[in-house]
Design a protein around this ligand. Sequence first.
Ligand code: ADP
Ligand code: ASP
Ligand code: MG
Length: 419
Amino acid sequence: MALVVTKFGGTSVGSTERIMYVARHLIARQQCGDRVVAVVSAMGDVTDELVAKAGEVCPEPPEREMDMLLATGEQVTIALLAMAIHSLGHRAISFTGSQVGIVTDAGHTKAKIREVRAERVREALEQGRIVIVAGFQGMTVDGSITTLGRGGSDTTAVAIAAGVGADVCEIYSDVDGVYTADPRVVPAARKLDEISYEEMLEMAATGARVLQLRAVEFARNHGVTLHCRSSFNDSPGTIVREGDETMEQAIISGVTHDTSEAKVTIRDVPDRPGVAAVVFGMLADANVNVDMIIQNVSESGTTDISFTTPKEDLVRARRATDAVVAELGARTWTVDESVAKVSLVGAGMKTHPGVAAQMFKALAGAGVNLDMISTSSIRISCVISASEVERAVRALHTSFGLDSDEISAESSPACGEVN
Ligand code: ADP
Ligand code: ASP
Ligand code: MG
């Protein structure tokens, strides 16, 4: 008898029909003898709609109130799913994040989980119920509702899986696994049978939104095995686990892309010790996340500094950059929102020289200009123009031999259209 934590994303619970389907799936699992927990997201695009509504009444909503609003989306789904299971003659109970003891810090809109007190889940499982938990939300020690950042239901599922000691955490979405590239962009992308935490972390960090980055970090830190699979078919998905010698090691595991960041450039910053510390210190104090950084060669005692930041941090970034320019006596600053990042990820890079050269050659062959470059031991990322990103991803996918041999209606990835 296995203890299974499942997670169903927005598309998987996007209608009452889909909720009935998930209810039947969970009941069937329980009837096989498993103890079953389901973590669910808000239905369809509900979270996006709530974000848009907030914008209609307040250009910069207080983050505490934003969390209060966004947490309602998941609460609708848990109640409907528990009712659906009830209507099919089985026992289920729904819980909000705070009711299952997901304790977070006070970082509203992207709170971090500090502790999971999973007794209520365990007790309900002991009583033979299917346990339904609202994803994406938690509570601070002093009782404020928090959310875990977009895509955060994945992290809820992993945290609950760690908290109850589940045998596996199954992440169901509209795609049947982790692919060598986003199957919506690269029809020839291939599903990976397995991938290491290390590579999945880099893929999630660079735009493969099939798993939230924090969920992968949590899974690695707590040794939770993940199985990413489709809620629209039964095919085996992708296992994410600790890499070892039994895992096939390709040089390149995937090509990812991300259009969610903007590039900020500060012009004519004085070139003297301590300047970068002031710039990035002031951005950090303003809670602005910074990804890539590039500093130009100094000419006549001044230099330009560029950095990328999530577009969702831009309001704070603009304000902080204004203050930086005033503080340092820089000339001005500009923002470019039409940039994208394309990345190659693969553990084999550590031991195979020449990957960067091949990447730059493939991008040059596709006529793509490089704006910024950054690397880790198993990743190379380039900032390019957003209008060229799909062409760049496809060129890299082909250049590194990742294209599937056969692209047919049957073998092409299932993005929600299979049922
Ligand atoms: P959910 O709403 O269920 O959490 P998401 O939309 O967050 O699902 O994640 C699934 C989507 O991730 C897919 O529809 C796919 O377009 C996208 N995606 C991006 N990169 C990849 C990749 N490398 N492999 C699989 N899916 C990917
Ligand atoms: N509903 C939230 C979102 O859309 C959390 C999630 O789906 O994982 O980001
Ligand atoms: Mg998601």
